[in-house]
Design a protein around this ligand. Structure first.
Ligand code: NAI
Length: 326
């Protein structure tokens, strides 16, 4: 029987994993995030299972090695929060490379529809018996240009959805895919041509703050920016400035630069101390969701299935097909 410490868990995580607990695995579910302060909770465990806002730095990995924990199983696709250099030779790291690209792509389209047709405002209005349409004018998505940055699994799925709306699809990706249904071009060209820009690339050292003052300046006036990838792809102050000046007409953010201590938690009885986030939330043309894009039943069960397979492969000494190696 192997003991696995699950960090940063919520009810939906426990529900999707619990059926795999039994003869082979003893799952210990913690609400705490994995970080230098909490890593001691993994002592006496054989592996840890972590998520997007855990902080798996060198110290955490050194401690895990000391405790004899040989595996960090990420129950997500992204791994920008793991110090892979420090993990090398110490602890193996696996992930779930694909679970439901549809979940994230559909959420991105949901944000576009909501922002464009101002559904969030209409919902509030009619609940208040205000049936006025003033200020709710949107535009047809048909024939508008959507620029997709990152045309991997999610980006391509999003492109297919946009195709269904009759949009003109353009993309930028250093590794072009034949399965992408749009036209590739340089990043600068994409920025200048897109009515809507949607980010679908992973966060790397090279593309941190890809959306910044300079890149916003290259965009069309009235552009929509959608980010369902990682918060640090956007320099938030530049986005706020763009929104204030009207250069950016709307933003849909499922991720946020400083989300780590805020997202996934209920602070409805408290004052949010992050003024930038408060400013964004106060804007009528901004939608913030709390890293929710992955959250479908299908995605949760696929995440659990692949994570358990990763654990089984590790403990039975099989090849780790989902290992992250640098
Ligand atoms: P993927 O690995 O299939 O595709 C990523 C693509 O981005 C690749 O084609 C890669 O060449 C490209 N890329 C890398 N650097 C780039 C750059 N600087 N500019 C343009 N393209 C670049 O990954 P997948 O499954 O499509 O996921 C994409 C990202 O979505 C993940 O890395 C993760 O950050 C995010 N994500 C967010 C979720 C959420 O709930 N909001 C859930 C799942 C993933």
């Amino acid at each position: 029987m192997k003991t696995i410490a699950f960090f940063d868990t919520k009810s939906y995580d426990r529900e999707s994993f619990i059926k795999y607990s039994g003869e082979d695995f003893n799952f210990r579910f913690f609400e705490n995030k994995l970080n230098p302060d909490t890593v001691s909770m993994a002592a006496c465990c054989d592996a840890v299972c972590a998520f997007v806002n855990d902080d798996i730095d060198r110290y955490v990995l050194e401690q895990l090695e000391k405790f004899g924990v040989g595996l960090v199983a990420m129950r997500c696709a992204g791994y920008n929060n793991v110090d892979l250099k420090a993990a090398r030779g110490r602890v193996k790291v696996v992930r779930v490379p694909a679970y439901s690209p549809y979940a994230v792509a559909e959420h991105a389209m949901g944000m576009i529809l909501m922002l464009n047709r101002k559904l969030h405002r209409a919902y509030i209005r009619t609940r208040d018996h205000n049936f006025s349409l003033e200020g709710l004018t949107g535009f047809d998505l048909k024939d508008k240009t959507v620029g997709i940055i990152g045309t991997g699994k999610i980006g391509r799925c999003f492109a297919d959805i946009c195709k269904g709306f009759g949009m003109n699809i353009i993309g930028f990706d250093p590794y072009e895919s034949e399965e992408f249904c749009g036209k590739y071009m340089s990043l600068d060209e994409l920025l200048s041509k897109s009515d809507i820009i949607s980010l679908h690339c992973p966060l790397t050292k090279e593309n941190r703050r890809l959306i910044n003052k300079e890149t916003v300046a290259k965009m069309k006036d009235g552009v929509f920016i959608i980010n369902t990838s990682r918060g640090r792809l956007i320099d938030t102050q530049s986005l706020v400035d763009g929104l204030k000046s009207g250069k950016v007409a709307a933003a849909g953010l499922d991720v946020y630069e400083e989300e780590t201590d805020i997202f996934f938690e209920d602070y409805s009885d408290e004052i949010i101390k992050d003024d930038t986030l408060s400013t964004l939330i106060s804007m009528p043309n901004v939608i913030v969701t709390s890293h929710q894009a992955f959250l479908t039943r299908e995605a949760l069960s696929a995440i659990a299935e692949t994570t358990v397979k990763n654990l089984e492969d590790y403990f039975s000494g099989k090849e780790l097909t989902n290992e992250i190696i640098i």
